[in-house]
Design a protein around this ligand. Sequence first.
Ligand code: MN
Length: 326
Amino acid sequence: MSNLEKDPQELVCVAEPDAAGVEVLEPREVPLGGPRAIMVRRTLPQRRRSLIGAWCFVDSYGPTPAPRAGVMDTPPHPHTGLQTVSWLYEGQIEHRDSTGAHQLVDPGQVNLMTAGRGIQHSEVSTTAARTLHGVQLWTALPDSARGVAPFFEHHVAEAATVGDATLRVFVGSWLGVTSPVTAYTPLVAAELALPAGASVELPADPGFEYGLVVDGEPARLQGVEVPPHHLGVVGTGADALRIDATDGPLRVLLIGGTPLEEPIVMWWNFVGRSHDEIVALRSEWQHEVVADADRAGRFGHVEGYDGGPLPAPELPNVRLRPREHR
Ligand code: MN
């Protein structure tokens, strides 16, 4: 290969401080599905990066006033090939799914739903707290696990303290605390609280990629500023994560895992492996549930939700392509 440019610019090629590994990803605002949708800030997936370990989706919302039930009201909708992981900073959400699970989730607790071959669920905020504020994460299941029967887990996270920091581990193991919820690839997720001006250095697994999900206060990750509502990403190879609070007390989520080496196709609420599979899943949802034609089908039935299921959007005209790990 040769450079065919007539007048090539000189490029300064240096390992920039960010090349020590911190990517800073911007959020984008999207309406959550449903007739009375709230806006969420989505930091994953995006064009520049679609996975952190097997984490494939990060939505943050609030703080938003919750004077009535259903400020968040997501009607029954399907999932396949993934796990949903719900974590609240404030508020309360009532979960119902087609395995028969009916569970309230409060701050400090994790609701983890393994969709496997197919599930449907609804999520409605309650009036137990005046404010709703939280994060929803998804993990992509590896091919070996994406056909498992769906199930639901609820766990009250235990805390570890390191210096001034408190770490509530809700997926995986960190600092001697292990969450019992099921993971199919090596994963970790924790809420980190740090007082204003404080710093912490956490041991990291060099085989993991890590994400820092920043909320309303900026943070520094490995010395790089991550602005409010942004996602900081550290690639594999780090054996420690340094996190600094700035002027205010810091509350963030840390997620991590070994790179998912399998290409996945993600559309709406489905994770699959091909365009044809997504088309078939969409059609099954519309037939079984939206048209109420087969309650014994892949997606089962949600009891107790006041209202109908969420119809699938139209498929885009362009063919969906697998997302590859970069
Ligand atoms: Mn969902």
